[in-house]
Design a protein around this ligand. Sequence first.
Ligand code: NA7
Length: 896
Amino acid sequence: MPDAMVAARASDAARGTPRQVDVAVVGAGFAGLYLLHRLRKAGFTTVALEEAGDVGGTWYWNRYPGARCDIQTIDYSYTFDPELEAAWTWSEKYATQPEILRYLGFVADRYELRRDIRFGTKVTEASWDEATERWQITTDNGAPVSCRHYIMATGCLSAPKPPEIDGVKDFKGEVYFTGRWPHDGVNLAGKRVAVIGTGSSGIQSIPLIAEQAAHLTVFQRTPNFALPAHNGPAPSDRMSLLQGDRAAYREQARQSMAGVPYPQQTAVSWQLSDAERRARFEEAWGKGDLVYILTQLWADQAVDVDGNRLICDLIREKISAVVKDPETAAALMPHDHPFGAKRPCLDTNYYATYNRSNVTLVNLRQEPIKAITAGGITTARRSVDVDVIVFATGFDAMTGAIRAVHPITGRGGKSLSDVWAQGPQTYLGLTVEGFPNFFMITGPGSPSVLSNMAVSIEQHVDWVVDRLAALRDAGFTTIEPTEAAQAGWNRHMADCSTLTLHRLANTWYTGANVPGKVQGVMPYTGGVGPYRSICDEVVSRGMLGFRLTGPNVAAQCNDGEAVRLQPDVRLVLNLLATLNLPPIESMGALGARAFVNEFNKGRPAGRPIGDVVDGTLPGTDGPLPYRVYKPAAPGPHPVVVYFHGGGWVLGDEQSDDPFCRDMVRRTGMMFVSVGYRHAPEHRFPTAAEDGYAATRWIAEHAAELGGKPGPVLVAGWSAGGNIAAVTCQLARDRGGPDIAGQLLVCPVTDCDFDRPSYNDNATGYFLTRSLMDWFWDLYCSPADRIDPRVSPLRGKVAGLPPAFVVTCEFDPLRDEGIAYAEAMAAAGVPVQQLKARGHFHSSFTMVDVVITGAPGRVQMAEALRRFAGLPPEVSLGDEHSHGHTSPGHRIAAAAS
Ligand code: NA7
């Protein structure tokens, strides 16, 4: 039939009577198939619109040689039906594309899903009709569809990216895209082949193409980390875990960070010797498992550049051990991104392929492609004649399939492309404000591609279908997220993006692979388990952040943000809640001290620094212990006198060890942590007077301690912040010592419990109102509480050294810290404040756990250096070590 006739017939159909369904789904891959099954079981009428000729999604299109999954297949499977699990056995650890496609066909048959799928059908437009509260969908094949709910199950990597290279049309040979590989295969035997691109598709296909081709030339722009898959039967250790307790295995995957049941690593890299690290690495290398090597080496591997660099070095060693030509080996070694920040690959014989005489690597960093010509590819240095060009150049990921494929018009004629012009905005990665009854499975803002997709897909589908059923049962016909909820999710996304190193690489995760695309970390980096718990919490809090309406029911809108805490603070607090600890104040002072000591033992040691020296100094009534923390660089360094936290009752000169070490590394200054005496044995004003006496002694003996003579600085956290603040007032009033600046982190500044933060954060954030009550009772009689030596806010605040005051949103002490900063500023003291959003009282001292505290500590270090008259450089940790501007950071900055 001529094309024009087909088009005419299609457009006739498009004008026909719409087919009415409850739910229309786009896509019949992993997500679409499970959606159809669940929707049907929940009693909804449905249709799935699928461009391809059969089910499979990604696995329908990506048929290039060597295409396989790279999550172990026993994990990359549906888990919703134990009978389905029993009915299917995978033949390999990593199944091939044909086997996965057979599996999806098997699933479609088993649940008779094909009858609700319209194949060969592309959606051409989708619009929300306000009057009928339905989506109107037109397609290029068959009648339009009218549906109450519209669900995109379009996958994250389904819109291939154009090659963006001049001259493709001039090429006279064969052209293939890995993502659109011909169904009946391609004969490459005896041909000169070019592969452009070395992502997963390139790395999987190159060894097999090299075996067939007369000559293969690989055009590599960015080298990638690849690990041997060691494919074969499913590993017996994983199989026995699965078979031993299938339900528990699956549940652990659902609660895990990446959707594969591996535990959280606790050992940090600097606690392990070189030999121990190498042994762990070799074990991981031998396993051939991406999720294992990405998560099981050491706790800081994915969050800290130093911990990550150790792995990069070890992988580069492996590359140079395999690839014989040193120049080729060097070109294959990634240096521009942390391991895991760009999607690493699993391979079979990838690096060894470059030892073949019929394979050439062209390093496009040294000789960019100038053009594709009739006969081949011309770079800045050579022309390569080829018969075939294979583009393994990737996808417009995450948003491409949703945004670019067809116009989606929501409420008030708003187009999704316009709404997302500055980057995707979603609530939970599932919904978009202004687009009622519209859902995305594994959309931007969901863990999707940073997880085992099978686990994320099941979670998303279950959540969406359960919600649709609940809405229907309650008489609601529309659901839409609110502006506040969506803005909150975007802030949370930006907070999460500071947790991991993904922001430090130019990848399809950030949109950097598509010229002109707005950049930012698109998948949710906070982990599968936490994400699931947030989705569940949204439901348990009355569909928080959604507006629900229906013709015969009152509209419902419980507006608010799903997560206001920093992601790691949320994890810490949830963990503490599950421990069900007795309140510290119920333990008595001795019991509380024993508890805190025990608690601190479980925390990793602080990072290595130059030197740590213990000593004692003469206090007013006898010796006081101190601990000196020295930077690695040769001194003398300015001296910071530090006072630990603990409510004047708990802690000692070692208890804020990780914080002191971190600050020493960042400031390049020397910290002297003082062991002042504690209540109830030594009540007010002992701690204050000890603090002042110690500061005076340390200032007088700075040189002996290895520090720089001259003014000192003071710093402290919590009750230690109180002592630091008081010390500054006493030093001003008692003729010295000279103090160049004060860093007050969540300080106690006043005895008044009436400020809002004491009520807002009275419980639930570890430091409670009742614990503060107890501390005050042990330290200070009611009559003494207004004394400025314990309530410095009640003292004279003029003439104090410049201050940096840190307060945390979810801290009972927040408002008194702010009040002290404001009072000092009003009195003419130079004051800078950091009001830390989403943080709690311990955020900045839990250095090893609350990763999102790092930028705050950078600011503290900058302030201390400024007070000491040092140039502003501080060690920032991760952000700048790779010389990247981070898209994630830009978003985070914009959101805060
Ligand atoms: P990827 O991972 O996006 O890889 C695409 C590759 O193509 C990558 O090496 C790109 O280099 C390269 N590329 C893209 N455009 C060009 C141009 N214009 N010139 C030269 N080289 C180019 O896609 P894949 O299909 O391999 O894998 C996608 C995902 O599927 C994978 O991550 C797994 O999750 C499964 P760049 O790195 O951008 O410099």
